[in-house]
Design a protein around this ligand. Structure first.
Ligand SMILES: Cc1cc2nc3c(=O)[nH]c(=O)nc-3n(C[C@H](O)[C@H](O)[C@H](O)COP(=O)(O)OP(=O)(O)OC[C@H]3O[C@@H](n4cnc5c(N)ncnc54)[C@H](O)[C@@H]3O)c2cc1C
Length: 276
């Protein structure tokens, strides 16, 4: 479809042998003399999530890993988010800057996210029921990819354990395991916090970058220090931002980011205490 002369029309029911031109003219309410039906495709809304996303060198992404009833453009966006997660991990492993074990975090992060979005879409469309569903997420949480990874390529402190991203309200706050909240960085609105990560890592700080620079220089991969002014990042705190804009760590200890990066990218060497 092109939104100008080629369109899609969706209706319920399983019959495909209906008089489609007559039905469409009724729906449109105009004669539409040039109307031509190009194809009729049966389709059934379903919620299906693969039991595993990864097996050895094979990784599933997109509809191969999850299908869901259409809601809030979740279908394609969840697939794109899979690729965003898997892409930088594959690149790091292939470039030799991360151990292959980093790829284990793909399923750990994206399967719960795929299940969450598919379940939320299904609750709204497959069998919504008459009573309000107390577990419905705020639509912005779905539209903005507001799911929080609980395990994966991230490090949470004990304080982070209790600071859980809500789903019934949209309240992003730069919590570990979530996508960094969008805030414009300039008055002309040309740069956002979402531009800080990618294609590499970034250390996002709220105060003097010089305080963090010596530690960032010890990181096993390039780690630019970026200062921002945003409500969700109080002075003294920093966010370690992954290439896919997910917060991998947050805290005030400037010696932590290179150590955390080493643990996430090179866990075996970090355990052995080898230099970065
Ligand atoms: C009716 C309907 C409405 C939807 N509406 C929306 C919406 O409004 N917003 C939204 O975000 N999402 C929507 N979706 C979901 C969205 O279309 C999918 O989530 C998205 O297209 C999945 O992308 P994908 O690349 O993972 O898979 P696909 O788009 O299915 O791409 C897979 C490709 O692989 C090809 N392929 C398959 N087997 C092979 C093979 N052996 N060798 C080579 N190629 C192969 C296929 O031909 C296809 O081109 C809708 C889906 C449907 C069915």
């Amino acid at each position: 479809m092109d939104g100008q002369s080629r369109w899609v029309f969706m209706t319920s029911g399983n019959a495909t042998d209906r008089d489609w031109p007559a039905l469409l003219r009724t729906v449109l309410g105009v004669p539409a003399p040039d109307l031509e039906v190009r194809s009729v495709l049966p389709w059934q809304a379903e919620m299906l999530v693969a039991d595993r996303y990864s097996a050895g060198r094979v990784h599933l992404a997109g509809d191969a890993a999850h299908v869901m009833p259409p809601f809030a453009a979740s279908g394609a966006n969840t697939g794109i988010a899979d690729a965003h997660d898997l892409g930088w991990k594959l690149a790091a492993v292939l470039a030799g800057t991360a151990d292959p074990t980093l790829l284990d975090s793909y399923e750990a992060e994206r399967r719960p996210a795929g299940w969450f979005v598919a379940d939320q879409s299904a609750r709204r469309t497959l069998d919504p029921g008459a009573a309000p569903d107390p577990d419905l997420a705020h639509p912005f949480v779905l539209a903005a990819g507001g799911f929080q990874y609980r395990t994966g390529a991230l490090r949470r402190s004990p304080a982070d354990e209790h600071d859980v991203e809500p789903v019934r309200e949209f309240a992003p706050a730069g919590r570990v395991g979530t996508r960094v909240p969008h805030v414009w960085l300039d008055a002309a609105r040309t740069r956002s916090t979402l531009d800080l990560g990618g294609p590499g890592w970034a250390l996002v700080v709220a105060d003097d970058p010089a305080r963090w620079a010596p530690a960032a220089a010890k990181a096993p991969v390039p780690l630019p220090v970026r200062r921002i002014d945003a409500d969700f990042l109080p002075p003294g705190q920093a966010l370690l931002l992954r290439p896919d804009d997910v917060v991998a760590w947050r805290g005030g200890d400037e010696s932590a980011p290179p150590r955390v990066l080493q643990e996430l990218l090179r866990p075996e060497r970090a355990v052995a205490g080898a230099p970065a």
